[in-house]
Design a protein around this ligand. Structure first.
Ligand code: 9MR
Length: 513
């Protein structure tokens, strides 16, 4: 018996008693309350009910009915890549496949993710192009489809393999220059193709009045840790990029190609990693999911269906995880067909649902937040948490009490320190800056915070994330938003703002509630 036959039998076994129960319930009580909302029967509908999209990658020759039935979002698997549509001067050519996909999505009310503008691979005629030519291409591509594209992957796969945490040492990143040699490309005098491509993309979106959101997309960035528990430096590097360029970046794609590569694991801290990006204020998508059906070497080596459940649940538990895209419909048509990593078998539109499909549908139908979300704050990657030195002397042993304990606390016990402190780090350039403010709770938990700081004359706030704001220049107040007011003792959360002018010597004053 095939797995899908087994699955159908299982569904029939479950369906019969449920129907009997309904009949019995109807017989014994006329005033029965309405039955619980029926579970949705497609991935698309179940995801929509939970407030996210569930999509897939496709091509013009695979626009079968099942596509729009099961999926609410579409990514052109290959038809929008520069090697298909870019000329060497940054113009457009051969857009018919991409147009067909966009039109199909439009007529079926599907969200489109454009994939992709700046990428070292499949660059075609753009290979080796200057930033100025890339900018021309970015403008032409964004303008061609405007708001029909809800999300654009502006920069794809900019970070090196093997968990080094470095940018790729190949075009277009070879255009980068670290002017002051401090090891990053974030300084005013540096050249950074990521920053410059996003700045251009943002300008085009704003000038056109489009609703398009701009994403950075990469793989092996899913967990906080890699196999063995070490830090995921690639994820940390991506985090630093998003934090630094937050004003231009709206969304982050974790590709989520899970396989036996030690950096491609499904780790228990996937949700925490999604959450820390979400805490920067960006949307997070699992943008190219496939899960090897034999993860025997993986940290979570459960069956494929269970692994899919974990991945979908991690997204559902983070409100700003707003979409999941599987990288194709059927195993046989996948770029990694030998790993059988998708939700269907079969081909040419005649597809059969796998156990993994039913697991995903079931998890989506449970909706968001059915498990306790982790704390909304996780430490940023570049600052390792302080390590507690091991005690040098054994702790004193408490002798058994010989007298009854006092009924009032001794007067010398100091009251617990409460409140919060705030520190600012600045990333400045000529005429502007981004400030990241860290709010740290004292030795008691806090449930809300307020940070006041005074900007130097000539400086003004233009945008803020992860906080509410009162004032623009001079004395400015920031307070928590609904998801980051609660901070545990000794923990911190961060918010940020962008401004014009120069900001230096800021001394934030934190008060807690
Ligand atoms: O699935 C795509 C496959 O058909 C192409 O041959 C391949 C060429 O590089 O690209 C595949 O899609 C990739 C995506 O664009 C970026 N992330 C990794 C995907 C799988 O390789």
């Amino acid at each position: 018996m095939s797995s899908s036959q087994r699955q159908r039998r299982r569904v029939r076994r479950l369906a019969l008693p449920a129907a009997m129960l309904l009949l019995v319930g109807g017989a014994v009580t006329i005033q029965s309350t309405a039955p619980a909302a029926a579970a949705e029967t497609t991935l698309r509908a179940a995801a929509a009910k939970a407030g996210l999209f569930f999509g897939t990658a496709s091509s013009p020759n695979r626009l079968y009915p099942i596509l729009a039935q099961e999926f609410g979002q579409l990514t052109p698997e290959n038809d929008m890549k520069p090697d298909r549509i870019a000329t060497s001067s940054g113009g457009l050519q051969n857009t018919s496949g991409a147009d067909q996909l966009v039109n199909h999505a439009q007529s079926n009310n599907m969200v489109v993710r454009g994939h992709t503008l700046v990428w070292h691979s499949q660059a075609g005629a753009l290979q080796g192009a200057s930033q100025s030519t890339l900018n021309t291409f970015i403008g032409n591509a964004i303008n061609r489809w405007g708001s029909k594209i809800a999300y654009w992957d502006v920069v794809n796969e900019s970070l090196e393999d093997n968990n080094t945490g470095r940018r790729r040492n190949q075009w277009p990143h070879t255009m980068n220059r670290d002017a002051n040699g401090d090891g990053d490309y974030f300084d005013a005098g540096d050249t950074d193709v990521i920053r410059d491509s996003f700045i251009r993309a943002k300008q085009v979106v704003q000038a056109g009045g489009y609703s398009t959101k701009l994403c950075i997309n990469d793989y092996d960035v899913e967990g906080l840790t890699v196999k063995g528990g070490g830090p995921n430096r690639k994820a940390n590097a991506l985090y630093d990029i998003v934090r630094t360029y937050r004003q231009y970046i709206d969304c982050v794609g974790f590709q989520s190609h899970f396989n036996d590569n030690p950096n491609s694991i499904i780790s228990d801290d996937l949700q925490a990693n999604i959450q820390r990006f979400a805490d920067l204020g960006v949307e997070v998508h699992l943008s190219e999911v496939d899960i090897d059906d034999d993860l025997s070497n993986n940290d979570i080596g459960a069956g494929q269906a269970e692994n899919y459940r974990k991945v979908v649940r991690a997204c559902l538990n983070v409100a700003k995880c707003t979409g999941i895209t599987v990288w194709g419909i059927s195993d046989s048509e996948s770029w990694r067909s030998s790993e059988r990593g998708l939700l269907f078998t079969g081909g040419n539109g005649n597809y059969q649902k796998k156990s993994a499909y039913y697991a995903v549908l079931d998890e989506l139908n449970k909706g968001r937040g059915t498990t306790t979300p982790p704390p909304t704050t996780t430490p940023p990657p570049t600052t390792p948490p302080p390590t507690t030195p091991p005690p040098t002397t054994p702790p004193p042993t408490t002798p058994p009490p010989t007298t009854p304990p006092p009924t009032t606390p001794p007067p010398t016990t100091p009251p617990p320190a409460t409140g919060c402190t705030a520190t600012v780090s600045l990333n400045s350039w000529t005429g502007g800056f981004v400030a990241t403010v860290r709010v740290t709770a004292g030795s008691s938990p806090i449930s809300g915070w307020n940070v006041q700081l005074t900007l130097p004359s000539g400086a003004a706030v233009t945008s803020v994330w992860n906080a509410n704001r009162t004032g623009t220049s001079g004395s400015v107040q920031f307070s928590n938003v609904n998801y980051n007011g609660s901070v545990n003792a000794g923990q911190y959360t961060e918010f940020g703002f962008q401004g014009t002018g120069a900001a230096s010597g800021l001394t934030p004053v934190c008060t807690a509630s």
